[in-house]
Write a protein that binds this ligand. Structure first.
Ligand code: FES
Length: 154
């Protein structure tokens, strides 16, 4: 004859204080592993941008992301830069107008960089073509390696 527990006549396993404690310990151990593990993994396997910023060149875009004749604006050292795929090469020109600091756009039909504020126009090398800007745009040295575009610091 099987002795029966008067509090649990059907023999269903009840959660005990020990099993609850085990789950709490497991939960906090897993949480600790996540809190420590994620930054550790990011340190050991850093994202592409962090890896390639070491040294003098900074990864800014992939060549496949900029169609011929088009441009893409990227951030380089906290400043917008136009990457322009034009004439078989990539140019990098500041996207900030030298007149009053307006945001510039690439006009692919005209093949010029234009400022919508006071209708200035710059050529592909950032030289002033028309309008009030007092000086050319800042340009950056570009390197393309394995389909990746880098801005190289002088
Ligand atoms: S801010 Fe660009 S022309 Fe004035």
């Amino acid at each position: 004859m099987n002795p029966q527990n008067p509090d649990n006549p059907e023999g269903v396993e009840q959660p005990t204080r020990r099993s609850l404690l085990t789950w709490v310990i497991l939960f906090f151990t897993s949480l600790s592993a996540l809190i420590i593990g994620v930054p550790l993994l990011r340190f050991l396997f850093p994202p592409e941008r962090v890896i390639e910023k070491r040294g003098r060149k900074t990864f800014v875009a992939r060549i496949k992301d900029i169609q011929k004749g088009r441009a893409k604006t990227v951030l380089y050292e906290n400043s917008p830069v136009l990457l322009i795929n034009y004439g078989g090469s990539i140019r990098a020109v500041s996207a900030i107008c030298t007149h009053m600091g307006c945001f510039l756009r690439w006009d692919d039909r005209a093949g010029q960089i234009k400022c919508p504020c006071h209708y200035a126009a710059f050529d592909i090398d950032g030289e002033v073509l028309s309008g009030p800007p007092p000086r050319p745009l800042k340009t950056f040295k570009v390197e393309v390696t394995h389909g990746k575009i880098f801005i190289v610091k002088d």
